[in-house]
Design a protein. Structure first.
Length: 87
């Protein structure tokens, strides 16, 4: 999922991961210890999951001048192709 979000130029926060984990468990009818009140997986659960699977979340950085100049016609076309797939 993280790779899919990255391909669509979006990042994923820890709270976003926790929310997604909750939604997946609920949608698939899996028993879980997650908070039904807040509709989130626990922070400790998410941290353990990321550690088990050697994942890390990083905060987004401002767009650099190099990245801006690299955002050419091919990249823009790829973005709109992805957008079309989503819609």
């Amino acid at each position: 999922m993280q790779e899919e979000m990255q391909n669509r130029f979006y990042g994923l926060t820890v709270s976003g991961l926790r929310s997604t984990d909750f939604q997946l468990a609920e949608r698939n009818g899996l028993s879980n210890p997650f908070s039904k009140k807040y509709k989130l997986a626990g922070y400790d659960w998410a941290a353990s999951f990321m550690k088990r699977h050697k994942l890390s979340l990083r905060t987004a950085e401002p767009t650099s001048m190099t990245r801006l100049t690299g955002f050419d016609r091919v990249q823009v076309s790829r973005f709109f192709d992805n957008l079309g797939d989503v819609l």
